[in-house]
Design a protein around this ligand. Sequence first.
Ligand SMILES: Nc1nc2c(ncn2[C@@H]2O[C@H](COP(=O)(O)OP(=O)(O)OP(=O)(O)O)[C@@H](O)[C@H]2O)c(=O)[nH]1
Ligand SMILES: [Mg+2]
Length: 297
Amino acid sequence: MTKTVFITIAGRTNAGKSTLLNAIIGEKIASVSSKPQTTRTRITGILTKGDTQLVFIDTPGLHEAKTKLGEHMMNMVKDSVADIDAIIFVFDCLKKINEQEIEMLESLNKSKIPVILVLNKIDKLSNKEEIAKLIYELTERYNFKSVIPISARNNDGVDIVINEAKKLAIESPLFFPTDMITDQPERVIASEIIREKLLNLLNEEVPHGIAVEIENMGERKNKDLIDISAIIYCERDTHKGIIIGKDGKMLKLVGTKARISLEDFFQIKVNLKLWVKVKENWRNRETVIRNLGLSNK
Ligand SMILES: Nc1nc2c(ncn2[C@@H]2O[C@H](COP(=O)(O)OP(=O)(O)OP(=O)(O)O)[C@@H](O)[C@H]2O)c(=O)[nH]1
Ligand SMILES: [Mg+2]
């Protein structure tokens, strides 16, 4: 008999949830950046170990929503923790617990969903005693199925997280083919790869107002090549200028980096074309949010 478990990865923005998902799956499926609010929608990662299938759902980081997009992101988190077998709560061990985290942990404890507490970024701790103190503080206030200190970036402790998750699997048919690693459509993966490069290359205010739409994606006849054309939306003319850069240099760099990652992911040559367009204040426009697939309604 096969077993399955569905687990949502939740926690504050920038705690390392997507880094953990990628480390668990062993492939880069979720975008990672040092900027807050990198993940905008739920991203599924599937891991099949023998007769057990583990389905992980990466979610946008907890934060105070300031735009309609932010509200959609936080609703997405609420939906992703309902009707789920377990939660992996990722906590940045260098940070103090904040209001949104308290609220979520309290509601999870009330709902009786098993919570695995993952204390991430232990590679950054100079004094290992701090972790004991943190574990004491958190376990005194909340109930956890287990507590695991890890470094997602260094792949340290990730195997323990997988083992703990596996223990929660229950007898059930498998929901996905055993070689599948995500149920994300290829277009979504492609747009996320491009957006990740923009997040990493641009600073401060520009990245948050960016969305990437794949306009076309198709394999070229009789050639081992896919053509991808994408539109980068930003909120202002000045941002458009920054994204394109002097003599088009920035856009070219984004294109090159994105193409390399796309080829790596899809294992095929990619011909990438990028356009930049302005869509003012789109993060507060419901129809645009919906058209970009960023709404959970
Ligand atoms: N030092 C260290 N940095 C880490 C670790 N895990 C993640 N990071 C870094 O933390 C930053 C945020 O990582 P993400 O995985 O994008 O975080 P997230 O929780 O998914 O963030 P949102 O999607 O914005 O909610 C990136 O710069 C990562 O490289 C870790 O174990 N150690
Ligand atoms: Mg993320």
